[in-house]
Design a protein around this ligand. Structure first.
Ligand code: CUA
Length: 317
């Protein structure tokens, strides 16, 4: 009976697709809790209404006998919920311990969260920003840390979520049964563009993954195209391609113009200025912008990538 209800709850689900075995178990537990709560609610509220009507006082003389207690009933309404709660506790504990027991053969990927993007790095040095590419039917372990503040890495379709803490490593693992693209969110409020701190988990076949892993991500791309790619995953949360301010200044028409700094100094936005703004953003702050908003990308972008971004900004006239 319970299992039928759980199955039907899963079939008519309002949950995101369940792409891992653990996700299905989480959904079963959730469906159980939902139905147990619903049935309890009907019993309690239904009983309440039924007794209120049945034992409604009908005349002045209609007085209910004084009832002090009933051991058997009291035992039942304490013991039955206790058994259900303990069952839910053990059920949840079994699923949780699976989530926290890392398979030894897992493929490890390191994750760096920072305001406001996700960067991934594989054992062979292959880097990826904004897209986590992993093979299907393979346990994946993410070893994660944050560069600035607390973030939280969440893939709803895998039902896994873990905080990232600056100066410390945390981890989670999953094993997707399906190929496809799954949304990654940040679920710890981390400032202005928290809701824009998104990425995609792209699950592919193991052949496609091996090919991707060995690929030069910028092969055949012109410098400004490399820059555009990086812009989309690392810069777009804060900088628009128009001349409008978002968090930081828009990129359109930025290159080659003179800008007034907080210090009153006038600075031309040339290659060196943009490079410095990427690597050491607090060195010069444009007037009207708060200090410390832009994180440094030192150590995350190599020379080719920095030049790419500069070339891309040049194209935005
Ligand atoms: Cu990172 Cu919210």
């Amino acid at each position: 009976m319970w299992w039928l209800l759980i199955q039907s709850a899963q079939a008519n689900t309002f949950m995101p697709p369940a792409a891992t075995a653990i996700a299905e178990q989480v959904d079963s537990l959730y469906a159980f809790l939902l139905w147990a709560s619903f049935i309890s609610c009907v019993l309690v509220i239904g009983g309440f209404v039924y007794f209120a009507l049945k034992y409604k006082r009908k005349s002045e003389a209609d007085k209910t006998a004084y009832i002090s207690h009933n051991n058997f009933l009291e035992f039942l309404w304490s013991f039955i919920p206790f058994v259900i709660f303990m069952g839910v506790f053990v059920w949840g504990w079994v699923i949780y311990s699976q989530m926290r027991s890392f398979p030894e053969d897992a493929l490890e990927v390191s994750v760096l969260g920072q305001k406001w993007n996700w960067a991934f790095e594989y054992k062979n040095g292959r880097k990826s920003a904004g897209v986590l590419v992993v093979p299907e039917n393979t346990p994946i372990k993410l070893v994660m840390t944050s560069k600035d503040v607390l973030h939280s890495f969440y893939i709803p379709a895998f039902r896994v979520k873990q905080d990232l803490i600056p100066g410390r490593y945390t981890a989670l693992w999953f094993n997707s049964k399906y190929k496809g693209e799954f949304q990654i969110f940040c679920t710890e409020y981390c400032g202005d563009q928290h809701s824009g701190m998104l990425a995609t988990a792209k699950v592919v076949s193991s052949e496609e993954f091996d090919e991707w892993l060995g690929n030069d991500p910028y092969k055949g791309l012109a410098m400004d195209e490399i820059g555009q790619k990086i812009y989309a995953t690392r810069c777009a949360v804060c900088h628009q391609t128009s001349d409008q301010r978002l968090v930081g200044p828009g990129f359109k028409g930025l290159f080659g113009k003179e800008h007034m700094m907080e210090s009153g100094e006038m600075v031309v936005a040339d290659e060196n200025y943009i490079r410095e703004s990427i690597l050491n953003p607090n060195a010069k702050i444009v007037k009207g912008y708060p200090k410390g908003q832009m994180p440094t990308f030192a150590g995350q972008l190599d020379e080719q990538e920095i030049m790419g971004i500069i070339e891309y900004i040049k194209t935005l006239k």
